[in-house]
Design a protein around this ligand. Sequence first.
Ligand code: AMP
Ligand code: ZN
Length: 116
Amino acid sequence: MANDCIFCKIIDGEIPSETLYQDELVTAFRDIRPVASTHILVIPNAHSSSVTEMGDGDAETLGRIVTVANQLAKQEGVSKSGFRLIVNAGPDAGQVVFHTHFHLIGGRELGPMVAR
Ligand code: AMP
Ligand code: ZN
């Protein structure tokens, strides 16, 4: 647990969230400012500030994030209609929360992947 990390506090239940899934490796909860009808954050329980800090030792956690995202996409009914699984890393990507997280976004046509 990193001091003053909002997502570590969500994992520990110190800050409320609409948690949809939790196991020993990952936690998934609804984004507080959703950009589509489905906007879920899937995060590793172990603190790392960005995906750039993750490596071979995190293979199981990273695999779990993908399988949990797939499971939640099915649950939300967006698996067939489509969704994006997005990681922002660093300033150019606009990362604002420095606990690694994957956005699962779907439920509408999402448009171009990146603004030109
Ligand atoms: P990023 O730009 O990738 O760092 O995105 C951080 C995301 O965290 C944003 O979509 C925020 O809306 C979301 N967020 C920030 N605080 C909370 C919170 N307390 N509960 C749920 N989502 C949050
Ligand atoms: Zn954290």
